[in-house]
Design a protein. Structure first.
Length: 355
């Protein structure tokens, strides 16, 4: 395959990221692999082609993740034609760009939609991803798999929900890495006004009923094409345990990962969600589960492969790339159709830059 990973900025990528592991699996598997930043794309009005200043990701047998990423960043950018890709993997986090680079925040989805319309396989599906980047996407699933919740910017509505439900968690509708996540003990919470004000600074708030067991952390489970992602019979799942008195289990807030045995409750959740995820084009997602309820769907650049690798000594990224090969590799029905279309296009450029 010829594939590219779209990230926020190549210069800020980190060797421990899940994206690095996916790129390693692709390059090690012999695929032509590129890194492209959100700000590196261009669309020509004269030739109508999408292009990008991209950096090649080439794996050497003696590479570590650190040396692999170091060489990617050190390479000169080369101009490639994005129309000629077999697949584009959207791995940018729009929320990370929202404050400092607001122009960049929506562009991954926008460019992804345009390339998908041109016949490139884009995962996750950008037409759904613009919804799935917010926690509102969870509300589209059955009430049986999620806690009671409220999405609002009305402070009085939040107070009424707390009075009705009691123990809750409030957080930004668009948020990540545990920022501005607060525990509300119940009616009469003395700091409710301050918590609400902090969350509403980021836009809409989502208030969720507290799920029993949340104090012990949550389970991160990766789903590939609507089923639990596996490698060598080992499910890609682990438990995130909070540190100290901090109720947030996010690794970025100091939480730690421990092994997880997937049980009947988790399997039931996956069964209930799988068909819709597939229909929505959600190729790879991470779901966070507490006590038989999903509290969050991570559809935009889901992370945590480093924990899977450390806990179970398996490279789960290889399974993802193998699934992408079946979906987008040369010879698949979709790409044969694209090839025939490109052959009739005098502006089509058959080869990639630097290859």
């Amino acid at each position: 395959m010829r594939l590219a990973f779209l990230v926020n900025d190549v210069a800020t990528e980190v060797d421990e990221y899940t994206t690095t592991r996916l790129a390693r699996a692709a390059a090690r598997g012999g695929h032509e692999t590129w890194y492209v930043g959100v700000g590196d794309l261009e669309l020509g009005s004269s030739d109508g082609l999408f292009a990008a200043m991209a950096r090649a990701a080439r794996w050497k047998s003696d590479d570590t993740l650190a040396s692999f990423m170091e060489r990617i960043k050190a390479r000169d950018a080369e101009r490639i034609v994005m129309d000629d890709l077999d697949a584009l993997v959207l791995r940018n986090e729009s929320i990370d760009d929202l404050q400092e680079r607001p122009w960049a925040s929506p562009m991954g989805v926008v460019f992804g939609q345009m390339l998908a319309d041109r016949g490139v396989t884009v995962v996750n599906d950008p037409n759904t991803l613009h919804r799935a980047t917010s926690k509102l996407y969870l509300e589209e699933f059955s009430e049986n798999v999620r806690p009671r919740s409220l999405v609002t910017r009305n402070k009085e509505a939040i107070e009424r929900f707390v009075d009705d439900v009691g123990h809750c968690v409030v957080k930004p509708l668009y948020g990540a890495k545990g920022r501005n996540v607060f525990m509300i003990e119940g009616p009469g919470e003395t700091n409710l006004a301050q918590m609400t004000e902090a969350v509403l600074q980021d836009g809409y708030a989502i208030i969720q009923e507290f799920v029993d067991g949340a104090e012990d952390g949550d389970a991160r489970i990766f789903l590939l094409e609507g089923r639990i992602l596996e490698r060598d019979g080992r499910p890609a799942a682990f438990r995130r345990v909070p540190s100290g008195n901090d109720p947030r289990a996010n690794i970025s807030t100091g939480g730690r990962s421990v092994p997880l045995e997937v049980g009947e409750a988790e399997l039931g959740i996956v069964e209930a969600m799988g068909d819709k995820l597939v229909a929505d084009g959600m190729f790879l997602v991470g779901i966070d589960v507490i006590g038989g309820h999903v509290v969050e769907i991570n559809a935009e650049s889901p992370g945590g492969f480093q924990s899977i690798e450390r806990l179970y000594d398996i490279d789960i990224a290889e399974t993802v790339i193998e699934a992408l090969e079946r979906r987008a590799g040369p010879g698949t029905e979709a790409n044969l159709l694209v090839g025939r279309s490109a052959a009739s296009n005098p502006n089509s450029i058959p080869s990639m830059g630097g290859q």
